[in-house]
Design a protein around this ligand. Structure first.
Ligand code: CP
Ligand code: NVA
Length: 304
């Protein structure tokens, strides 16, 4: 409904709100470690609609909701009327009349937009073909925890111009950093997004040049969910676009590298980097839990 706040992309929150949210996520992580986290949402229910597979998103939302005192309900198209063609609009009206907040992982971004437009409760985007904003919160939290503010820094994206790359474009705007995108021709992020943020986002085809002096290097799988049939063709198209020790040697001293996971060792990232003792990739994955608890709290309080 018109005045309900949602989290469909990073643009749904102001830069100030996003930075506050990251600080709250860091605080909630400390509280969780200390066993002092408040169960302030007793009796609240999160409906989780998954039209694509997930490990991190499902586990983090479900564990997080329990830790907040509430409950998370897993809804699959295989077992609900969503998979039998009940309109999104009707499903949104009904589901939102029974739960307090909804998370959706699906294909078209228009599906989460349609759901949100007909939902009486907040809707969180748990990944669409176009955006993965929850992952960006975890990435930003991880950078802040290890290196402080990311404002004014240089971030290099290596690989497909996919939902993660497009979320990084929004992040460049909202968290105020320079983003260089190294992707092969034909795999660019949406042109309108590049145009809209051309003051801080550029395409640098050569990954080694793009990594020069970077503070953070990020990559993701070459074939996203739904593109499995393209895996072989993409492996050929992305030769040379691996994040590895040689590429990281071009980055700034102390540069971090991230991957949202799941990863293909030896494709978009080397096994050496994945298995390095000092990688922050596992912190990045864990931070999904804390960052999303902060999002759930923010949205539930905003709509209460
Ligand atoms: N990074 C991420 O969203 O992982 P899952 O697909 O396992 O949820
Ligand atoms: N780009 C990947 C991210 C997975 C978390 C995908 O959409 O499959």
């Amino acid at each position: 409904m018109a005045d309900t706040r949602h989290f469909l992309t990073l643009m749904d929150f102001s830069p100030t709100e996003l930075n506050t949210l990251i600080q709250r996520a860091i605080e909630m992580k400390q509280e969780h470690r200390a066993g002092t986290g408040e169960r302030r949402f007793t009796g609240h229910v999160l409906g989780m609609i998954f039209e694509k597979s997930s490990t991190r998103t499902r586990v983090s939302f479900e564990a997080g909701m329990t830790q907040l005192g509430g409950h998370a309900m897993f809804l699959s198209p295989d077992d609900t009327q969503l998979g039998r063609g009940e309109p999104i609009e009707d499903s949104a009206r009904v589901i939102s009349s029974m739960v307090d907040i909804v998370m959706i992982r699906t294909f078209g971004h228009d599906i989460v937009e349609t759901f949100a437009a007909h939902s009486s409760v907040p809707v969180i985007n748990g990944l669409t073909d176009d955006y993965h904003p929850c992952q960006l919160l975890a990435d930003m939290q991880t950078y802040v925890e290890h290196r402080g503010s990311i404002a004014g820094k240089v971030v290099t994206w290596v690989g497909d111009g996919n939902n993660m790359a497009q979320s990084y474009i929004n992040a460049a705007r909202q968290f105020d950093f320079e983003l260089r995108i190294a992707c092969p021709r034909g795999f660019d992020p949406a042109d309108e997004l590049l145009q809209a943020h051309s003051d801080r986002v550029s395409i640098v085809r050569d990954p080694m040049s793009a990594a020069e002096g970077a503070d953070l290097v990020v990559t993701d799988v070459w074939a996203s969910m739904g593109q499995e049939a393209e895996q072989k063709a993409r492996e050929a198209a992305f030769v040379g676009y691996q994040v590895n020790g040689e590429l990281m040697s071009r980055a700034a001293p102390g540069a971090l590298y991230m991957h949202c996971l799941p990863a293909h060792r030896g494709e978009e990232i080397s096994a050496e980097l994945m298995d390095a003792a000092d990688t922050v990739i596992w912190d990045e994955a864990e931070n999904r839990l804390h960052a999303q608890k902060a999002v759930v709290e923010t949205l539930l309080l905003a709509n209460s």
